[in-house]
Design a protein around this ligand. Sequence first.
Ligand code: ADP
Ligand code: ASP
Ligand code: MG
Length: 409
Amino acid sequence: MPLLVQKYGGTSVGSIERIEAVADKVIVYKEQGNDMVIVLSAMSGETNRLMALASEITPKPKGRELDVLLTTGEQVTIALLAMALVKRGYPAKSYTGGQVRIVTDSAHNKARIKSIDNENIRKDLDEGTIVVVAGFQGVDEESNITTLGRGGSDTTGVALAAALEADECQIFTDVDGVYTTDPRVVPNATRLNTITFEEMLEMASLGSKVLQIRAVEFAQKYNVPLRVLSSFKAGEGTLITSEYEAGDIMEQALISGIAFNRDEAQLTVNGVSDTPGIAYKILGPISDANIEVDMILQNVSADGSTDFTFTVHRNDYDAALESLNKTAKELNARVVSGNNRIAKISIVGVGMRSHAGIASRMFELLAKEGINILMISTSEIKVSVVVDEKYLELGVRALHDGFELESES
Ligand code: ADP
Ligand code: ASP
Ligand code: MG
C-alpha cells in the first residue's frame, strides 16, 4: 500500500475548525488507499507565545527547559487531530517525538535527528491506524526533550518519510507551492512546478522560510520525493526534484527565484595591519562566542592597512560588536562601526552556471532604482547583495520584474 507522510503547518492547524478540516482532508487520502503518517506543527503563533512566556521569566532560559516548554505546542495539535479522526470513525494515534523515539543529538533548540525507531508506527499502519506525530521535537540519548530549530516540523516530516521509505512527503502550508519569491512581498510571483534540491537549498538558506533548510538537506540525501502544497486550495504544488524533467529544460529560466533575509547585521573594523593571521584574530573570538559569520569582505587600502567587514545574524549584533571592539583595541585598529539595519537579497538559479552577465544585470537593475549595494557575494548558482533594509521590498520587486519572473495571469 502506498505510504504518504503529510506535514501540516501552523496556519493549517491554527483553530479547531482548521484541525477538523485537516481530519477531513487526511481521510480523503486514506480512502484513496494510502497509509497515512501525519506530522503537525503547533497552532500558528503558539511557539512565539511560549517563547514570550519564557522571556517573562528570564532573558536567557536554559535550552533544556525551553525545549520542554516549546514542545507542548505540538502535543496539543496532535492530540486534537487524533480525536477528530477517531470521531469520524478512523482509528488514529498520536505520538510525541519521544514516544516514537526520534533520537537527536543534545544541542537544545537546534538539535539534529540521529535516528528514528519506526517500529510503533509500522505496527499501527499495518493495523490500518492513522499515525499523528508531533513535529519539531525529539529526545536525546538520555531522553531529554529537544527541538529542531524554528520551522523544524518540516524536517520531522522529511525524516519520517525517509525512515519509512514513504512514496512522497507532502508539506501542506498556507501557500500553494514554492514561488519565484515570497508572494507576500511580490503578489504576482509565479508558482514553480518544480525546483531542484540545489536551488531550494540555496533559497532556504538565503531566507525563504517556506521549507526548513535541514528538511531539504534530508530530502536530497535520502532521495525523498518532496512536495509543497496548500492546505486550503487544490493543486499540484511544487515538486522538489534532483533534476528538471526533460521537458522543462527548454523553458528553464536563468533565475529560479529571489530570496531575502531581514535578519542580518554588518560590522566593520577599519585600519588594521595587513598581515597574515589578521582574519583569524578578528573572527576567532567571534566564532568562540558561538556567533555564525555569513559574508566577509576584506579590502586593502593604499596605505597598506586593511578594512574588514562581515555580517552576522541580527540577534548576535550586540555580542559581535562587543567582541570586535575588544579585538580592535588589541590590534590598534582605527575605528569600529556597525549597521543592524541591513538586508540581504539573493537571486538563485542553476541556469546561472551556463550564462554570464547575470550578476551585472542584477547590479544594473538595482542601480536603476538608486539602491546602493553594501556587499556582494556569489557562488555558482546565486548572487547575494547586502543593501539598506529600507530598500528590501523595492529591490526584490525590481529584480523580480527585471528578470521577468512575474506570472502571466
Ligand atoms: P508553515 O507554518 O505552514 O510551516 P511557513 O510560514 O513556515 O508555513 O512557510 C510558508 C510561508 O513562507 C508563506 O506564507 C510565504 O510567505 C513564505 N515564503 C517565503 N518565501 C517563499 C517562496 N519563495 N515561496 C512560497 N512561500 C514563501
Ligand atoms: N512550531 C515550530 C515553529 O513555530 C515548528 C514548526 O512550526 O515547524 O517554529
Ligand atoms: Mg514552516
